[in-house]
Every structure is written in structure tokens, then in C-alpha cells.
Ligand binder design. Structure first.
Ligand code: ADP
Length: 237
């Protein structure tokens, strides 16, 4: 296991966001984390990324407790939700990616742009690109330090179907060709079924973790999922 989450619980003042979550991620996994709004997906990522440290339980990356060392961060690329870039932001694509780089290797910048099929736009201003293109640049930015794991927090919200498909093709290639493990949260059950080999179904507690086909062929489980999503949905309105 390259990531081990053991009995993870997080409580914000009075609100339990994660309740006794345990699961592991194996090298090469493409894990889809599904769960309704407020299920604790972002909280889980913030804990993994060392941004939220007030939790009970243990998180290990590559066998090491992340409370003892932040070394794991150099192995993780993070792609946030839809980027918000000012139209007038003066930096070019190349500059944006170089900024995240630990070393100064211009070949590497070209290489990651090729991986997201954006090398022809390297000298364009980022603000001039479409949202779909910008989101691919954010994958390239996450790849520039050669991570072994990519974490994506609902990355395709607001993208049209064409750009979502491009985005998913790129993720699949990174997983199969580059052997990058992927942890990806999504609302989109169809996309998770198509892409992920493992599924974690989260709603404060983890009520399924395992092989994707098992989840999607289990009618009881799908029913349980849609019921909790619905409850959460009604709760929010
Ligand atoms: P998701 O990403 O699945 O939508 P979150 O992790 O953002 O879920 O939120 C889980 C729960 O924790 C929600 O009830 C949310 O309102 C609450 N929450 C998230 N962040 C904070 C915070 N900084 N302070 C208080 N409550 C929070």
C-alpha cells in the first residue's frame, strides 16, 4: 500500500466531517471517491496534503506517518477544482508551470505540456485560454515535479462534455502509461464507473471501499448510495 488511512476522524466545531475512515491505496490504483456535497471529500484531501492536521487516526504515505514528515508532499501532485484565473493575469502557460518546478529544467516543462496535449500553447497567456485548457494546464503544473500520486478534487465541474472526455483520457494515460496512482473525487458515477478501478464511497463514514465493478454491480449498494445522496441533498435545501 502506498497510502494507508487508519481510523481517520475529523471534527470541526460540533460537526463531524469524517468518522472512523480506514482504507488503503495500492500502487497504480485509479481510485474514485464518490459522495454527496458535505460528505468530507475535501476534508480527506486536506488531511492527506498536510493542510488540516487536527484529526484522530493515522495517515501513512509510503509507510511513513505524515505527522512525522512532510516528505510525501514531493510525491503528490494536486489538481484543485476549477481554476479561477483573471483574464488579465500576465503569465504565460510556460511561466505558470515553471513557477511550480523545484528544479530549473525547461525540457521537463515541454514534456508535461505534451502529456496534457498543450505544448502548442506554451507561450499563450493563461488568461486567454478556455476553462478546459486551463484545467489541463493545472494537470501539467501538478506533474512538473514527477509525482507518483495525483490527487484531484472534483476537477471537471463546469467543463463541457468534450473537455471532460479529454481530461479523462489524459488521466487514463497518466495512470496506464506513466503508472501514476490517481485519487479523484467526483459526483459523476458514470465517469467513475468508466475510469476507476477502485471506488471509495464516502458520506462522513466510508460505506464502501473496494473494486469498482463490485460496487457498480451491487444494486443494494447503489440504492444505499442514492438514498444518502438524496438525504444530504434535501438536508442542504
Ligand atoms: P465535500 O468536499 O465532500 O463537499 P467537505 O469536506 O468540504 O465535504 O465538508 C464536510 C463537512 O464539514 C461539511 O458539513 C462542511 O460544512 C464541514 N466543513 C468543511 N470545512 C469546514 C470548516 N473549515 N469549518 C467548519 N466546518 C467545515
Amino acid at each position: 500500500m502506498i497510502v494507508e488511512i487508519e481510523k481517520l476522524s475529523v471534527e470541526y466545531t460540533g460537526i463531524k466531517a469524517l468518522d472512523d475512515i480506514s482504507f488503503g491505496i495500492a500502487e497504480g490504483d485509479f481510485l474514485g471517491i464518490i459522495g454527496p456535497n458535505g460528505a468530507g471529500k475535501s476534508t480527506l484531501f486536506r488531511c492527506m496534503l498536510g493542510l488540516h492536521t487536527q484529526y484522530d487516526g493515522t495517515i501513512r504515505f509510503f509507510g511513513q506517518n505524515i505527522k512525522d514528515s512532510k516528505k510525501h508532499l514531493s510525491q503528490i501532485g494536486f489538481v484543485p477544482q476549477k481554476p479561477v484565473i483573471d483574464k488579465n493575469f500576465p503569465a504565460t502557460v510556460r511561466e505558470i508551470i515553471s513557477m511550480s518546478q523545484n528544479s530549473n529544467d525547461s525540457k521537463k516543462v515541454e514534456e508535461v505540456l505534451q502529456k496534457v496535449w498543450m505544448h502548442e500553447l506554451a507561450d499563450r497567456r493563461i488568461g486567454d485560454l478556455s476553462i478546459g485548457q486551463q484545467q489541463r494546464i493545472f494537470i501539467a503544473k501538478a506533474l512538473v515535479n514527477s509525482p507518483r500520486i495525483l490527487i484531484l478534487d472534483e476537477p471537471v465541474i463546469g467543463l463541457d462534455v468534450y473537455n471532460q472526455d479529454l481530461f479523462f483520457q489524459i488521466l487514463s494515460e497518466l495512470n496506464t502509461k506513466e503508472k501514476i496512482s490517481i485519487i479523484w473525487s467526483s459526483h459523476d458515477l458514470d465517469a467513475v464507473e468508466r475510469l476507476a478501478n477502485k471506488v471509495a464511497c464516502l458520506n462522513k463514514t466510508l460505506f464502501f471501499h473496494g473494486i469498482s465493478q463490485e460496487f457498480f454491480s451491487d444494486d443494494e449498494m447503489l440504492k444505499k448510495y442514492s438514498e444518502t445522496s438524496m438525504q444530504m441533498h434535501m438536508h442542504h435545501h
